[in-house]
Design a protein around this ligand. Structure first.
Ligand code: HEC
Length: 110
């Protein structure tokens, strides 16, 4: 009996960790498209003189971008993004992550 419940727990752990992996955003989207989408959907607010602080890939480390996008629906402005499909969020994330300050090619968004 004990053995069986241990096996159940193990099976659940495997299922849930698999789900977690499927939900985590990968930085393997299209970074060039991400740059375009970021300027279109985010820079209206995240720029000098706008309502949110200026934001460029180089403002964060890869770990920080990863952290921020691990649960991007909880970002303070998510409800104001409009309709940004997950595929586009992935591209934006790939752009920000790929040009973070500790990446091989840090970039400022102009
Ligand atoms: C309608 C304005 C608006 C739009 C559009 C917008 N944001 Fe924001 N965002 C804000 C505000 C306001 C905050 C909170 C204050 C701040 O960070 O300046 C914020 C905060 C954030 C933060 C948290 C920053 C931190 O240091 O914790 C991230 C990340 C972010 N936004 C990403 C994005 C992305 C990516 C997009 C485009 C898909 C986007 N935002 C579009 C207004 C906006």
């Amino acid at each position: 009996m004990l053995k069986r419940s241990a096996a159940m727990v193990l099976a659940l752990i495997i299922v849930f960790s698999g789900l977690g992996m499927a939900l985590a955003l990968e930085a393997d989207g299209n970074s060039r498209k991400g740059k375009y989408l970021f300027r279109k959907s985010c820079r209206g607010c995240h720029a000098e003189g706008q309502q949110a602080k200026d934001m460029s890939p180089v403002d964060m480390t890869q770990a920080q971008w990863k952290q921020l996008f691990s649960d991007y629906k909880k970002l303070p402005c998510y409800d104001k993004w409009g309709n940004v499909p997950e595929k586009d969020v992935k591209d934006i994330y790939s752009y920000l992550y790929g040009h973070a300050k500790d990446s091989p090619s840090p970039a400022k968004c102009k």
